[in-house]
Design a binder for this molecule. Structure first.
Ligand SMILES: Nc1ncnc2c1ncn2[C@@H]1O[C@H](COP(=O)(O)OP(=O)(O)OP(=O)(O)O)[C@@H](O)[C@H]1O
Length: 302
């Protein structure tokens, strides 16, 4: 018999290498490498406009990166959102994207369609194959609602939930696709301190279920409490990566958040170029409204 060792090497779940995303003259993400290992919670921080959401969009296939590649459990991902989801990466968005007129349970069931053989159309048309799979799906969805503490509201319309519960429901919906990696984009935006604390516990519980987590957040206390590792993006580049203690104490990170000038800061010319790129808008810009969201910009950069 062989001995099991308790100190196994970390297995990479996500490996992004050299990810670059350009919009016209603007490089929103520049050659970013990032690894998330199994069992890890990794935080992604950076001032407004640093490229965090754009990087997420590159990981999930919403954007096709200009350069670089993204692998999930050793396989390079095709840049198509539904293929990324079925491979095992799920996400939430900065701004809430629930189906407001569906019930809480139905919202979670929609999140399951990538995992049921019958697929979305069958689910919507309620064909015979769907009905067979339905009982199992409902059971799993109810289990997830119980996990986030919303099972007693399964039949409520999601638009009638308080804000904090809507955000939790989004997490349950993302978990319904049975991901190995969950990407959370500002999960505590707009939350009160109690809700933020509860979200912290929820993310730990998700990790304890074997799902690795990559989280974007502006709330520094939240991110440093939560994360095993933190990467800081500034102007599209990864400035620092390390444990919470290391990143928290790094002068370059502090400077970036205080808005002090630092090496490589753009001149007027570059800023004009950025404004022009934004004004002209791209096809992707209107597709990916989360990248443009302003809903969570208040109370940032403490
Ligand atoms: N579709 C797009 N077309 C053109 N420019 C874009 C697009 N999406 C993002 N940008 C620009 O890329 C840069 C990075 O934006 P991004 O939203 O990724 O930053 P962020 O770090 O997520 O910011 P925040 O914390 O404010 O959400 C910004 O200058 C932004 O204006």
């Amino acid at each position: 018999m062989t001995h099991m060792t308790t100190t196994t090497a970390p297995t990479p779940v996500l490996e992004a290498s050299g990810v670059t995303m350009r919009f016209g003259g603007l490089t929103a993400v520049r050659s970013v490498d990032l690894t998330v290992n199994s069992g890890e919670i990794v935080g992604l921080i950076g001032p407004n406009g640093a490229g965090k959401t754009t990087f997420f969009n590159c990981l999930t296939g919403l954007y096709v990166p200009t350069e670089g590649k993204v692998s999930y459990k050793g396989t390079v991902l095709p840049p198509k959102p539904h293929l990324v989801t079925s491979a095992g990466i799920a996400r939430t968005f900065q701004n809430i994207r629930l189906f407001a007129n569906m019930t809480v349970l139905e919202n979670v069931l929609v999140g399951r369609h990538t995992r049921t053989k019958e697929g979305l159309w069958s689910a919507l048309l309620r064909g015979p194959g769907f009905r067979k799979a339905e009982a199992a799906s409902r059971e799993r969805a109810m289990e997830l609602l119980e996990f986030i503490g919303l099972d007693h509201k399964a039949d409520h319309l999601s638009r009638n939930l308080p804000y904090g519960e809507q955000r939790k429901l989004e997490i349950a919906r993302a978990m319904a696709s049975e991901p190995g990696l969950l990407l959370l984009d500002e999960p505590t935006a707009g939350m009160n301190p109690q809700e933020t604390r509860a979200t912290e516990d929820l993310v730990f519980a998700i990790r304890d279920r074997g799902i690795a987590v990559l989280v974007i957040e502006h709330d520094m206390r939240f991110i440093f409490n939560l994360s095993d590792r933190v990467a800081c993006l500034v102007q599209g580049e990864k400035l620092v990566e390390g444990t919470s203690e290391v990143v928290q104490g790094d002068e370059r990170v502090i400077a970036a958040y205080l808005g002090e000038p630092f090496e490589g800061a753009p001149g007027d010319e570059e800023l004009a170029e950025v404004e022009a790129a934004e004004a002209s808008g791209t096809a992707e810009a209107s597709d990916a409204s989360d990248a443009q969201s302003t809903t969570s910009k208040e109370g940032t950069a403490q």
